[in-house]
Design a protein around this ligand. Structure first.
Ligand SMILES: Nc1ncnc2c1ncn2[C@@H]1O[C@H](COP(=O)(O)OP(=O)(O)OP(=O)(O)O)[C@@H](O)[C@H]1O
Length: 325
């Protein structure tokens, strides 16, 4: 058994310069994130709007370069991939699927166009008939049949849920190892979300992919993920096996989220649960806990020392001076 995680980030950080003149500052979108994702593992990244989830996924996808920190894929530093061939292989192995099911389509082209183009780029060894067969295979793998018929349709002839399935089929065509799924179900009707969650679970089972599942919805994170990482103000504040974290949260922010919903299995939108609170200060933040202003447990130390993730149980960590000293 190989112990090297599929993906590992260490101290991953991304800052953005914002404002002009006197209002100029540095926005800490992602700060010091250590995250590992194993083979065939589904990790849910949850947190309110603006907590840094998409930026973290974009760093992993190499859309943004990090301000500092490392990303290792199968033990190799991604930043060290200088050859075009290696970077292309990484992009194929770690694709993103976006929130808006329309985003990945050109409305003028049939569904087959994007999938076949991706196959040509990422799997040049396939000839035209093998590409067609593979396109049909990936479309069928996301539950759309008859695949040949679906491939011939235009995006507007598909429902939102079907388009989002095609988003996964496009990713699948590249033979991914890790799919970065950025709120893939949040724009879909509640009634069809479960189908998409099942597609993701099936892709792990049948294709062996890992998934970073970004969501606002704790119930879907519970349904799908093995592990959960809770983000707040650019930091991961708690991580661990999903059931353990949700049954016995150790960070006051996670506790606040869970206490906002009486039935832990009902859909819980994090933004709705935290709408009345002030967002954390992420522009030129001082060393401190970013949750301190909202935290019922805050002590003096929380105002000037940034808490680090510390083990609280088997595989379970929290960044809190009070609950995980
Ligand atoms: N290109 C950019 N320039 C400046 N600030 C940015 C940029 N991209 C993201 N940010 C800021 O970084 C912070 C984190 O944003 P991000 O989109 O990663 O959060 P999120 O948790 O994914 O939010 P949401 O759930 O709304 O998608 C926010 O304050 C956002 O305004």
């Amino acid at each position: 058994m190989n112990d090297t995680p599929l993906l590992e980030t260490t101290g991953l950080t991304r800052h953005f310069k914002v404002g002009t003149g006197l209002t100029r500052g540095v926005l800490h979108a992602v700060d010091d994130v250590d995250l590992t994702i194993g083979e065939r593992e589904i990790v849910a990244l949850v947190g309110e709007s603006g907590s840094g989830k998409s930026t973290l996924a974009r760093l992993v996808a190499q859309v943004h370069p990090p301000t500092r920190g490392d990303i290792r894929y199968q033990g190799r530093p991604v930043s060290g991939m200088r050859r075009r061939r290696d970077r292309l292989a990484y992009r194929g192995a770690v694709p993103m699927v976006f929130q808006d099911p329309f985003a990945s389509f050109n409305p003028a082209y049939r569904v087959s166009h994007g999938i076949l183009r991706g196959l040509k780029l990422h799997r040049p060894e396939l000839d035209a008939s093998a590409r067609r067969a593979e396109a049909e295979r990936v479309v069928a793998a996301v539950g759309l049949t008859p695949a040949a018929d679906v491939l011939n349709r235009f995006p507007h002839e598909l429902s939102g849920g079907q388009r989002q399935r095609i988003g996964f089929a496009q990713a699948l065509a590249h033979r991914p190892r890790l799919i970065l799924a950025d709120e893939p179900v949040s724009m879909l009707d509640v009634s069809i979300r479960i189908g998409l969650l099942n597609v993701m679970a099936d892709l792990r089972a049948t294709e062996g992919v890992s998934i970073l599942y970004i969501t606002h919805d704790i119930a879907s994170a519970r349904y799908l993920s093995d592990r959960i990482a809770v983000m707040y103000g650019g930091h991961i504040v708690e991580t661990g096996p999903t059931e353990a974290v949700l049954a016995a949260p150790r960070h006051p922010y996670t506790e606040l989220l869970l206490s906002a919903v009486p039935d832990p299995r009902a859909p819980l939108d994090i933004d709705a649960a935290t709408a009345k609170s002030d967002p954390p200060v992420v522009i030129d933040p001082v060393p401190s806990c970013r949750f301190r202003a909202r935290c019922p447990l805050a002590v003096d130390r929380c105002h000037h020392v940034t808490p680090r993730l510390r083990p609280v149980d088997e595989g379970h960590t929290a960044a809190c001076h009070v609950t995980a000293p």
